[in-house]
Design a protein around this ligand. Sequence first.
Ligand code: MN
Length: 140
Amino acid sequence: MRPRIMRAASRPTTRAEAANFVGAVLSDPVYAPEQPSRLRASRVSFTPGARTNWHKHAVGQVLYVLSGVGRYQLEGEPVQAIMPGDTVVIPPNSRHWHGAAPDTMMVHLAMSETNDKGEATSWFEAVSETDYAEAPAKVD
Ligand code: MN
């Protein structure tokens, strides 16, 4: 890890891997692990209706919502609406998905770490339309 400022213009936006997402999702790199750090951070922009597939993170994940209206579901729990300023804490090895609301885009900062074996994210099947369309739980 060497000191520097990584300029926005030197890091192109990429389209998130189609195999792991539904809809158009764009990713802007923030930070990739450099020893001794294990942090990976990305700004991820989901267009309306777009979301991740079901997946899990070896060391968990923290999401910070930057703009828009989003959806998040931990398997076995209700779908939640997530809003700018919300921080979502996702425990290790917990199946979940996150994305935009059906009619509104959502941008979040996604932060995670690799484990001792270098494992980070494991991907599974797409979120069904039925699961995605579930009305979000009332915010407490
Ligand atoms: Mn995740």
